[in-house]
Every structure is written in structure tokens, then in C-alpha cells.
Design a protein around this ligand. Structure first.
Ligand code: SF4
Ligand code: MG
Length: 320
């Protein structure tokens, strides 16, 4: 397929200014040499525990953060070398949807105004036609004229997330970063919202970077999955390959927590000990070694190379 977003050796470090971590080092290595490509039409899942650097990647590729090192290009253009005009274009072509739909909506703006304002600001509609266009996009997201003159607080979490999606869709984006967009919703509502994402993606030929701490959330939506641990991608493949033939011990542990609908298939639950270590002072060698059930001496001494072990299946582990 056609590359939409290319990320090469991306690093994003945050300085540590004071406090207890200062003695360990000068920076938080939130993203520490990450490479991946999203092709047009991909639903690319980025999965890992909180603190692994997923959100930082999402913001950096949209140029909401500066980079520390590496390259990011969107539609063949270096996103860190855009002109003002190109950056404005990027702000409509790409969108970010967060976990908490309440904090991302202005409580004093009516739903219709919140959506219409963005369209007018980017010159996508005239004042005269804005209401019709807002209604169109609301309907696309499973909402109606009932919502247009009301305020965000009048709605449930699921409805508010639909409003946030509608506002993103109003700008006709090609690529959306979804950062844990259903994590704050009731399980019963999550599936409806995931279905909406899936419908919008198909109907509009969208591409997503879908960030989640939960593999079961991405299972039915994503075409490709990257597993992150402490600033690195440790495994990447197609959804099918990753679910059927996981290679990295961390992926296997995450997968063991995904419920299987078929009761005749048994998967042994792998419980990892401890928490994800601090990215200021990560373990030497393989960063996962302090929690890996298979760690050996070499794991503390050598950083495992992230390499393609089968066609389109990448992994970083000494034992693979
Ligand atoms: Fe575990 Fe060693 Fe593989 Fe790291 S390199 S995942 S510690 S076996
Ligand atoms: Mg996050």
C-alpha cells in the first residue's frame, strides 16, 4: 500500500528538572528509537501499559510536541519542516481524539457551535451553510438535530465521545490518532463506539493510529498491531499474525489476558510481576528483563535488536 505516515528512529525525551528521579538521569526517555509505517487505510494499533510512551508518539507525529531526534513524514512531507500554510493543512488532515470526551469539549459551547466553529475557522463552509453541514456530520456519527443546540454536559460519556468524533470528522481528516478513546466508557458502550469508528473508517477511507492498553479493544478494529514497552516497539505484525503467532514474551503476556469466546480453547494466563520501570532509569540490556519470565544473563548485557524475523513480523528478543 501507499505510505501515509512514516516514522523513523523517533526519539522524544523530556528533561527531568528536579525531584527524586534527578539522581538517575537527565531525561525521561518516553520514546526511544521507534520506527513504523502506516499505510493508507490501515488501522494501526499501538498497545502497551500506561507509561510506555504511546500517547507521546501520538502527539509527536501530529507535531503537538517537538521531537528529540528521528524523522516523521506525513504524505511524504517532513512534519517538522512544514511551512505555516502546510501546518494549517496538517491540522485539518489529521485529528486527535482523546480518552476523556468531557475535557476535550468546551462546556460553554453548544454542540453545533463547537463543530461549526472549527469548520468555519478552517474555511471549509460558509456561515450560511454551516448548520446543514453540522447536521450532516452529526448524523454520520449517530447523532441528530436533537443534539445541535444542547451543551456537552447534557449527554452521557458515549454521546459525548460521538460529539468529539463528529467535530474531528467535520474537518474531513485522512488520519486520526485515537488515544484510548473508549477507555473511560462503560463496556456496553465501548462496542458501539468501536463500531462507529469502524464504519467511519470504511466509508471515508480513513487511517487510524489507535492507542490502547488493552489488546481486546483493538482485536476487532485493527489491521496491524505494534506492542510497546518502555519507549520501544518490541513486536509488530498484522493483527492475525500477532494474535496467532505472538513471539515476544510481553506480547504473550498481554494476549493471555484477552478473553477467548470459544470455551474449548484454553490459554494460560501469564501474570507479570511488578510494574513498568521508570523511563528515567530503564533496566540495562532488554528493558523488559526485570519482568520477563524467560530472562537469562544475556538479557541484562545486550539490547535485543528489533528485526524482521518473518515477512512483516518484527520482534526484539534474544530468544526469538
Ligand atoms: Fe525476555 Fe530476554 Fe527476550 Fe527481553 S530479550 S524479552 S528479557 S527473553
Ligand atoms: Mg497515555
Amino acid at each position: 500500500g501507499e505510505a501515509l505516515l512514516e516514522v523513523k528512529n523517533l526519539k522524544k525525551y523530556f528533561p527531568v528538572s528536579k525531584g527524586m528521579f534527578k539522581k538517575f538521569g537527565d531525561s525521561v526517555k518516553a520514546v526511544d528509537d521507534v520506527s513504523f509505517t502506516i499505510e493508507k487505510g490501515d488501522v494501526f494499533g499501538l498497545v502497551g501499559e500506561s507509561g510506555s510512551g504511546k500517547s507521546t508518539i501520538g502527539k509527536t507525529i501530529l507535531r503537538l510536541h517537538d521531537k528529540t531526534d528521528g524523522e516523521v513524514s506525513f504524505k511524504g512531507r517532513d512534519v517538522f519542516a512544514l511551512s505555516k500554510k502546510e501546518l494549517r493543512e496538517l491540522r485539518t488532515q489529521t485529528q486527535l481524539v482523546f480518552q476523556d470526551p468531557f475535557s476535550s469539549l468546551n462546556p460553554r459551547l453548544r454542540v453545533g457551535d463547537a463543530i461549526g466553529e472549527a469548520m468555519i475557522e478552517h474555511g471549509l463552509v460558509s456561515k450560511k451553510e454551516v448548520r446543514t453541514k453540522v447536521l450532516e456530520v452529526l448524523e454520520k456519527c449517530g447523532l441528530s438535530s436533537y443534539h445541535i443546540d444542547r451543551y456537552p454536559h447534557e449527554f452521557s460519556g458515549g454521546q459525548r465521545q460521538r460529539i468529539v468524533i463528529a467535530r474531528a470528522m467535520a474537518l474531513n481528516p485522512e488520519f486520526i490518532v485515537m488515544d484510548e478513546p473508549v477507555a473511560a466508557l462503560d463496556v456496553s458502550i465501548q462496542a458501539q463506539i468501536i463500531n462507529l469508528f469502524s464504519d467511519l473508517q470504511r466509508e471515508h477511507g480513513l487511517s487510524y493510529l489507535f492507542i490502547s492498553h488493552d489488546l481486546s479493544v483493538v482485536e476487532h478494529l485493527c489491521t496491524k498491531i505494534a506492542i510497546m514497552y518502555l519507549g520501544n516497539i518490541v513486536e509488530f505484525s498484522t493483527k492475525e499474525e500477532l494474535f496467532d503467532h505472538p513471539l515476544h514474551p510481553y506480547t504473550k503476556a498481554l494476549l493471555s489476558a484477552v478473553p477467548i469466546p470459544d470455551p474449548t480453547i484454553k490459554r494460560e494466563r501469564i501474570i507479570l510481576k511488578g510494574d513498568i520501570p521508570s523511563p528515567v532509569n530503564p533496566p540495562s540490556g532488554c528493558k523488559f528483563r526485570t519482568r520477563c519470565p524467560l530472562a537469562t544473563d544475556i538479557c541484562a548485557q545486550k539490547i535485543p535488536e528489533y528485526r524482521e524475523v518473518q515477512s512483516n513480523h518484527f520482534v526484539a528478543c534474544h530468544l526469538v
